[in-house]
Design a binder for this molecule. Structure first.
Ligand code: NAG
Length: 148
């Protein structure tokens, strides 16, 4: 069968449209720590909003404290304003129940709370299905700032 010029054009247009949809789906959604879709283990977490940088976070120093976030998407980034050297903060991360190891949430070279967020952990190229990120305290403190 021989395709006419018009039908080839229609085909290309359709492909382009699909491509655009895929790009639009790959948009970042920023989830702040006070977002109700984040589940915090009860009674363990404190909300902090008086950092000089204007940052906010949820933090805990309680043994066993955890937080969990369920999302549908292809990537996730965990961003925090790192704690300075004298505050050992860390979390054990689990994605869909699989351990991602211990993630350090402080900067030993800093002498004050960081002004800007740092992505301390991320996963990309996930299947576009529902995923659950769980973080559990693994050091003296844990902090949750922003999820993208
Ligand atoms: C989403 O955010 C991450 C982390 O800031 C960034 O690396 C990535 O390029 C962003 N992706 C899009 C599609 O904006």
């Amino acid at each position: 069968m021989q395709l006419s010029g018009a039908s080839i054009l229609a085909h290309l247009t359709l492909v382009w449209t699909f491509y655009n949809i895929v790009l639009a789906a790959a948009e970042n959604v920023t989830i702040h720590n006070d977002n109700p879709s984040i589940i915090y283990s009860e009674g363990d977490w404190k909300f902090e909003d008086d950092y000089s940088s204007g940052a906010t976070d949820h933090w805990s120093g309680d043994t066993g404290a955890w937080a969990s976030f369920t999302f549908t998407g292809v990537a996730i980034y965990y961003s925090v304003h790192l704690y300075p050297w004298n505050i050992p903060a860390g979390g054990r991360f689990f994605l869909d129940g699989n351990s991602e190891g211990n993630i350090r949430l402080f900067d030993p070279r800093a002498d004050d709370y960081a002004d800007v967020g740092t992505i301390v952990w991320s996963r990309t190229g996930l299947e576009n299905t529902q995923h659950t990120l769980k973080v559990q305290i693994s050091d003296d403190f844990i902090t949750l700032d922003t999820l993208v």
